[in-house]
Design a protein around this ligand. Sequence first.
Ligand SMILES: Cc1ncc(COP(=O)(O)O)c(C=O)c1O
Ligand SMILES: *[C@@H]1O[C@H](CO)[C@@H](O)[C@H](O)[C@H]1NC(C)=O
Ligand SMILES: *[C@@H]1O[C@H](CO)[C@@H](O)[C@H](O)[C@H]1NC(C)=O
Length: 395
Amino acid sequence: MLLACLYLIISSSSQLRARATEEYELARKKVSHFINASDSREIVFTRNATEAINLVAYTWGLQNIKPDDEILLTVAEHHSAIVPWQLVAQKTGAVLKFVELNGDEVPDVDNLKDMLSRKTKLVVVHHVSNVLASLVRIRRMWLNIEMSDLGYTILNTDRLCSSYQDIVLCAHDVGAKVLVDACQSVPHMVVDVQNLNADFLVASSHKMCGPTGVGFLYGKSDLLSAMPPFLGGGEMISDVFLDHSTYAEPPSRFEAGTPAIGEAIGLGAAIDYLSGLGMQKIHDYEIFLAKYLYDSLSSVPNIHIYGPVPSNHVSRAALCSFNIDNIHPTDLATYLDQQHGVAIRSGHHCAQPLHRHLGVSASARASLHFYNTVEDIDDFIWALNDAVSFFNSFK
Ligand SMILES: Cc1ncc(COP(=O)(O)O)c(C=O)c1O
Ligand SMILES: *[C@@H]1O[C@H](CO)[C@@H](O)[C@H](O)[C@H]1NC(C)=O
Ligand SMILES: *[C@@H]1O[C@H](CO)[C@@H](O)[C@H](O)[C@H]1NC(C)=O
């Protein structure tokens, strides 16, 4: 009897195990499909975007970056896209170079292209800024298509690349790879890795309506295949001997230990949900919300909203970072939360270099997603005006 029970438990647990593996691999396919990767083996599950960037830094980075090589970033990167490369630079003797913002308060992409040289080994750039709400045009497809459709040949002038070429093309021209931090774009718009043609791209589940504790790295197959392992342990091996091991093919090579099975499956469910709503629909609605948020906030006296002014040519992501003269953003956030139940964030939003560049140490940030409405924005503005009167009454 006992034996029969044990047998039942073991056999059902094997079925469960097989099912867990199947669902985990299905989640990988969902991610792959969601960002239009050509092969799901180009998706490596990590604990989050931070871990995905560190994975690239410690494997591809330490293997390929040499003394005096340059890593090109923007001042608007999230700390998780800056610090790993500082560590790589310290270990390898490479140099970090930073692209600043232009007059529209967006990363100066033309300057980025000017700063590329044969020394550049990697460009690290965000897709959508979590502070400025700006979109970096990784790919300027309309121009590339137009030029070739018109039968123009792109001539090499004294400049390495011209204004009608995109970042990836220019980077590849000098032999550099491109890593895109897509944390703030993947949850809000159609992201197509084959179209972007970036070498690496990272994102996090918890910004995609999925659970915490899982994120992913997209990497081109040939790059992943040539990369050494990141962490050692179970699952990432082919054969283990006492003195050495051989490694599994990607993506397993980069997924040591028991993976975040439940979290990955949860991310797959979140992707089904987002896809069901339609990413283009989500994006269009958020562009509308973004403009409404920006215009409404602009009416608040003594406010400074960071990032570009939205127009017919410039759209913003549905968030605004701002400061109001003589009121600390943390005071604002606390008052809004406690008096009105409105949740905004205050601080440097993991982008201290950017805040320093903007001449402030912190900002308040209101962020929206597709589930927010115009009424939410109206309530927020009403509450914000109340907060401003409250704090100004002490002056
Ligand atoms: C632009 C950007 N990059 C990277 C990250 C890091 O994501 P995670 O903390 O999930 O690794 C975030 C989120 O905090 C982000 O907004
Ligand atoms: C995915 O990329 C391929 C190759 O560029 C393209 O032909 C296809 O249309 C893309 N799929 C979607 C859904 O956009
Ligand atoms: C994000 O990744 C880091 C690095 O692996 C890890 O220490 C941290 O716990 C992860 N966060 C979550 C929520 O799993």
